[in-house]
Every structure is written in structure tokens, then in C-alpha cells.
Design a protein around this ligand. Sequence first.
Ligand code: FAD
Ligand code: SF4
Length: 339
Amino acid sequence: MKPFAYVRATSLQEAVTAYAGHPRSRYLAGGTNLVDLMKHGVETPATLIDITRLPLHDIEQLPGGGLRIGATVPNSDLAAHPLVRTRYPALSQALLAGASGQLRNVATTGGNLLQRTRCPYFQDLSKPCNKREPGTGCGARDGVHRDLAVLGHSEHCVATHPSDMAVALAALDATVELYGDEEGPRSIAAADFHRLPGTHPEQDTVIRPGELITAVVLPPPAPDAVSLYRKARDRASYAFALASVAAVLELGDGHVRHVALAFGGLAHRPWRATTAEQLLTGARPTDEAVREAVDAELSRARPLRDNAFKVPLARNLARDALTTLVRAADGGPTAAHRP
Ligand SMILES: Cc1cc2nc3c(=O)[nH]c(=O)nc-3n(C[C@H](O)[C@H](O)[C@H](O)COP(=O)(O)OP(=O)(O)OC[C@H]3O[C@@H](n4cnc5c(N)ncnc54)[C@H](O)[C@@H]3O)c2cc1C
Ligand code: SF4
């Protein structure tokens, strides 16, 4: 690991000013991703700005019934919070499906959103990678890409975003609060926070240099909404998603009043399934309607040589999630998904 300077920030303004004033800065939260990448030589910050002492570790209930989650809340605390478990089961399940207990105790809300791809070429300095070093090429596209994207990829990058939590946040219509030295505070929808690779795969998100994630805000859940998260992976635990799905459903008079569906493990960002949502909204939630909606969404998939298996995997996960939620919304045996 290369030498670096270390600054411990005690206020938001101090953190963002320090970032702007130090060459090649990085914020340090749990360090479970950043420090690993520093050991590999992928990240070489000259200055680490420790944000763990900032007042960003609370989960507050908002007047309208939503929740504001500070950026340094550990993943374990968030998953275990009674209001998250009861009102946003998809989020609690997504967090518990990620990493290991030890990692979740240290990993934070902001760091989880900003963790980098697990594409093996990104972490290997001897291999070409447009995300690590723009203009060097993409080793994975014609190389090892079994775990990589089937939706929204470009000739420049076929990486997937690894966060489980981000997929649940996209389906739950969360917003990400940011604070910048020049910009001040601003908010952005979690579903719009990560970006597709296009010609600039080095940019994972729309965050501006030096902006700090301060919180994630969850809107109040509708009283009748049900939600869940499902993840398929190579091992029963401690593995990233090959495909995953977060789903939120609300029925009224036997029809779909609201549905939100997001896929993980399939694209460079959590993939909000807007085509499927449009087809299902207002429809009767029959098995056939669910099948047609999910198939229409996944017809946009463009698998690579070795990852076509992800399409039926995601299809089955999504169909199963939606039909389970239809039963739960009808008061069936899985009503635990109800807020
Ligand atoms: C073995 C292993 C298995 C894992 N499995 C999974 C899994 O299955 N699913 C999953 O979702 N994740 C998994 N993870 C990833 C883990 O969840 C992330 O490493 C973790 O969430 C990152 O959080 P952190 O607080 O440690 O971030 P850090 O490592 O401290 O930071 C990550 C990045 O975010 C930036 N950053 C951090 N906080 C802020 C902020 N508030 N504002 C602006 N920038 C910020 C940092 O500068 C850095 O660039 C795994 C990790 C490991 C090591
Ligand atoms: S898929 Fe993206 S991260 Fe992986 S080698 Fe290609 S450019 Fe790099």
C-alpha cells in the first residue's frame, strides 16, 4: 500500500472542505471496499478523510412516516432496525443477503452505495479495464464475464453493480441526500443515482467530485404495500448476486395499484423494470400478466457469450417474487412482507 495522509473530519463542512483542499482525496467510512482496493493498488488516494466521527449515524423517523438513514449507519444496524424490518422488509432482506455478519457490522449505508464493481479485471492491474484506467479497453467483454451484465451494457464496459441494498432502495423509491463544498445540499432519486456505463464506465454514479452522501431517505410505505428481496448466488451466503430482485406491490379492488420492480446483478446499476411496471399497473395480477410483464422487461437483455443463464434466472426470481407478493397482498401466508 502506498503512503497516504489521514484527516479525521468532525463536521460536514470540514469534511468537504478538506476533500476540496487535498489532492486525490477519498472519504473513508467502513473501509471494507476502499482499503481492499488500496491494497490492490486500484485506489491510490493521497489523502483519506475519515467521516466516521460525523453526526451521520442515526436512523430518524420523519414526521410523515418516512425514515432518514444517516450515511454512516452500519448495514447490520439498518437491517435490524424494527421500523426497517416491519415497514421495508425488502431493504432488511437485501442487507442481510449481502456480505457476512462481520462485514455488515462495519460497512455503512453511504459506502455500500459507492462500493465499486467486482469485475475481476477491475481489481487486476495487469489487465485492461476502461473503468480503472479509461481508454485501456475492456478485458471482460471477450474474456471472463459469466458474472457480468446482460442489460444496459456498452462496448466499453459490461460490469455489474454489486450492492444488494441499492436494488432495494431503487424499488422503494428512496432518495439519496448529498452535500458538496460548492453545491451545498441536494437530493437525487436512488433509482437515478447509479449510471449505465456508456462511453464513461469510470463513472459509477452521478455524484460530483467531493460530494458526500449524508443520508438516504425512505418515503412512508403505503399501508397495504408488501415488499421482498430475493437473491440468487453461487453459494448460500457470502457471495455477490448473480441475479436479484426487489419488489414492492400494492393491490386495490383486485388490481395492481402500485408495483415497483428492480433487478440486481444484471446491469451497471440497479435495473428498475419500468416496462414490467407499466404493463402490470392497473392490471389484474394473474400469473399470466406477471409472466408477460417480466418477459417484456427481459426481452431487452443482450447476454454475452457465457452469461445467458442470468436471463431465465432473473425471470424466475421476478415471477416468484411477484406471485408471492400477490398472495401476501391478498392476506396470504406470506403477509409478513406487509409493513
Ligand atoms: C468479502 C466481501 C463480500 C461482500 N459481499 C457483498 C454482498 O454480497 N452484497 C453487497 O451488497 N456487498 C457486499 N460486499 C461489499 C460491502 O457491502 C461493501 O464493501 C461495503 O458496503 C462498503 O461500505 P464501507 O462503509 O466499508 O465503504 P468504504 O470502503 O469506506 O467506502 C467505499 C467507497 O465509498 C466512498 N464513501 C463511503 N462513504 C461515503 C459517503 N458518505 N459519501 C461519499 N463517499 C463515501 C469511499 O470513498 C469509497 O470510495 C462485500 C464485501 C466483501 C469484502
Ligand atoms: S467490464 Fe468494466 S470493469 Fe470489467 S474489465 Fe470491462 S471496463 Fe473494466
